[in-house]
Design a protein. Sequence first.
Length: 83
Amino acid sequence: MSESTQLHLLRPGQRATIVNINGESALRRRFAEMGIIRGETILIERNAPLGDPVEYLIKGYHLALRKEEAAQIEVALLGGIHG
């Protein structure tokens, strides 16, 4: 697997695997309830017009996260741009 980076640094079309979730326990619990868990694949769909929030595709559903929240999620980039 590639070197880990923070989720908010990725661009639309990039796909990554979640490797670690940081932050306080309440935020980690909220992420888990949304399906954001270690080992899951996440696709960056698009940015809002002003750049925040960002839309992600995980477990077959679309999820919007603020960059501040996405910065708590470490991912490993999987490769190419989504067609």
